[in-house]
Design a binder for this molecule. Structure first.
Ligand code: TEU
Length: 562
């Protein structure tokens, strides 16, 4: 397997709006991030991924871009951005930017022109269609509720928007549009960035004719994903993007790909195909979703997690490369989700971090994960800001007459604002995030859960994550070893081995609130030499008992041996 810097790195995702506000306007900004680069260096991460910082009307917090080459005024200036880049580079950290090119904002110049008339030169940069029997051109739904089409009165046609109506989809069939995107990418690459995270990049190629999807019983619109996910020209477009832009630079790429399967991901990440270094897949994030629409809840079955993770670990081994994540700005906080944020917050956060960082792939940490930030419950829907959450509430409660309390339960468990409450820096007002009024309320638990406390306390999740990152630098087996599941049917313990050259790692994770007996299956040959890390006083495990022991709630142990 080829060695690459991005395989050996740990990436830290920053959602700028919620990270640190340097000027007291209640909104996180770029200068705020620059003030915190030493905190990131101290944690030990190698790469920072910035969620969008471009000019945007903020219908979807920057994922609706109105100018790809300008910095959002709320976040600062291009000089601020250059300073951040330099401060990261001076500390040997890299910077990757979000590339959102499945859609733009409707306030982008291209769309402003496109909607002027049917023969405007920019018209074909977007996807326009006449209506069908006085209704939308097809039955696709938007990810953010309602139809995926919006009627434009002026030209008497509809435009496609897979997300909000302020996020019109770009028409990748148009070669001039593609050229503009590659030029824009080179413009950023020439400014010294180290790569891109590409938003919903497996949605950019749509099946010609945009056929209807199948409407589920009781629903108004259908998922059209069959006709735009991993579409007919996607691989061609990505290869072209490499030839025209990325190949000229030594950078990393990660494509966000809802619904992607492992076979398709093999193609996307096989280096000989020259498409992407890795993808964000969603299978493990969907295991606790029920069948009844958005954020329908279902408890996680550990055996499902094993099956899914194992499929990806084995499927990409030696073929492509995995990204590893349990959190991002769209997902609830993992300690509240697969862990226990009440009785075992520290233990379960450390166990989940170990589980993830010991797998094969590049780990991503989302801001606040390293201090064990949790989900939030605001009493009123008025306190929520996320467009997906607000649209979903409106559709379910106001249009379908569902019980508001049960809709709120879904939002508490799955809503995106769980990840977007301000970073908790210290125990002062608003968690030290801002001296003003924050754009979204701070989680009231900042008094106990904050970075200042975590940095001071040697037993904190923060210090534990530092150690996980340090270990990765020291032991190539963590990066390059292959993966082998053990105890596939156990409902509480997730255990696996890593193998590399003459070495082995044994990783044993208790995913439950109970004490559980672990016994190494007889057919597995392993002799422990040292205990590498653990969350109940590591280093103290008697080395002769590695093959059978009792795990405390959420305990994790990692042994290195032969
Ligand atoms: O997310 C795409 C995506 O997968 C989300 O729609 C996700 O499925 C959903 O939010 C889960 O509740 C990307 C960005 O990460 C997201 O923030 C943007 O809103 C979206 O694309 C549109 O750009």
């Amino acid at each position: 397997m080829d060695k690459n810097w991005w395989k050996e790195s740990v990436v830290y995702q920053i959602y700028p709006r919620s990270f640190y506000d340097s000027d007291g306007d209640g909104i996180g900004d770029i200068k705020g991030i620059t003030e915190k680069v030493d905190y990131l260096k101290d944690l030990g991460v190698d790469v920072v991924w910035l969620s969008p910082v471009y000019e945007s009307p903020n219908d979807d917090n920057g994922y609706d871009i109105s100018d790809y080459k300008a910095i959002m005024k709320d976040f600062g200036t291009m000089e601020d951005w250059e300073e951040l880049r330099d401060e990261l580079h001076n500390r040997d950290m890299k910077l990757i930017m979000d590339l959102v090119v499945n859609h733009s904002s409707d306030e982008h110049y291209w769309f402003q022109e496109a909607k002027k008339s049917k023969n405007n030169p920019y018209r074909d940069y977007y996807i326009w269609h006449p209506g069908r029997n006085g209704r939308e051109p097809n039955n696709w739904k938007s990810s953010f509720s309602g139809s995926a089409w919006e009627y434009d009165e002026n030209t008497n046609e509809y435009y496609l928007h897979l997300f909000s109506k302020k996020q019109p989809d770009l028409n990748w069939e148009n070669p001039e549009l593609r050229r503009e995107i590659y030029d824009m990418m080179k413009w950023w690459l020439d400014r010294g960035i180290d790569g891109f995270r590409m938003d919903v990049i497996n949605f950019i190629s749509k099946v010609p004719g945009l056929p209807d999807g199948k409407v589920k019983e009781g629903e108004k619109y259908a998922s059209g994903s069959k006709y735009f996910r991993d579409g007919p020209r996607i691989h061609e477009f990505l290869q072209e993007m490499n030839e025209e832009a990325l190949d000229l630079y030594n950078v990393m790429t990660v494509g966000e790909m809802p619904g992607v399967g492992v076979e398709e991901a093999q193609k996307y990440t096989d280096p000989s195909r020259n498409e992407l270094n890795m993808v964000f897949q969603f299978e493990h994030m969907d295991l606790d979703s029920g069948p009844n629409g958005k954020w329908d809840l279902k408890p996680l079955e550990l055996t499902d997690l094993k099956e899914s993770i194992t499929k990806w670990q084995v499927g990409l081994n030696g073929v492509g490369w995995n990204s590893l994540y349990l959190n991002n700005h769209d997902q609830p906080r993992i300690v509240s989700r697969f862990g226990n944020d009440k009785e075992y917050r520290l233990e379960s956060a450390k166990m989940l971090g170990t589980f993830l960082h010991m797998l094969q792939g590049t780990p991503y940490i989302y801001q606040g994960e390293e201090i064990g930030m949790t989900n939030v419950q605001f009493d009123s829907i008025e306190d929520y800001e996320d467009i997906e959450t607000l649209n979903m509430y409106k559709e379910k409660v106001e249009e379908n007459g569902e019980d508001p309390a049960s809709v709120m339960e879904s939002i508490y468990a799955k809503g995106r604002d769980n990840a977007r409450t301000p970073f908790q820096w210290n125990h002062t007002k608003h968690g030290g995030f801002t001296t003003g009024e924050p754009w979204i309320k701070v989680n009231p638990n900042y008094l106990n859960i904050n970075a200042e406390q975590a940095v001071e306390d040697e037993q904190s999740i923060f210090h534990y994550y530092r150690e996980l990152i340090r270990l990765r630098k020291k032991h190539p087996i963590i990066v390059y070893g292959d993966y082998q599941l053990i105890l596939p049917d156990h409902e509480k313990i997730y255990a696996y081995m890593r193998n590399y050259e003459e070495q082995k790692l044994l990783v044993v994770c208790n995913f439950s609130d109970d004490e559980v007996e672990f016994k190494l299956p007889q057919e597995i040959s392993f002799t422990a030499e040292e205990s590498m890390i653990g969350n109940y006083g590591y280093g103290e495990f008697p080395s002769d008992s590695y093959a059978a022991f009792t795990l405390k709630p959420y305990e994790v142990r990692v042994y290195k041996g032969k």
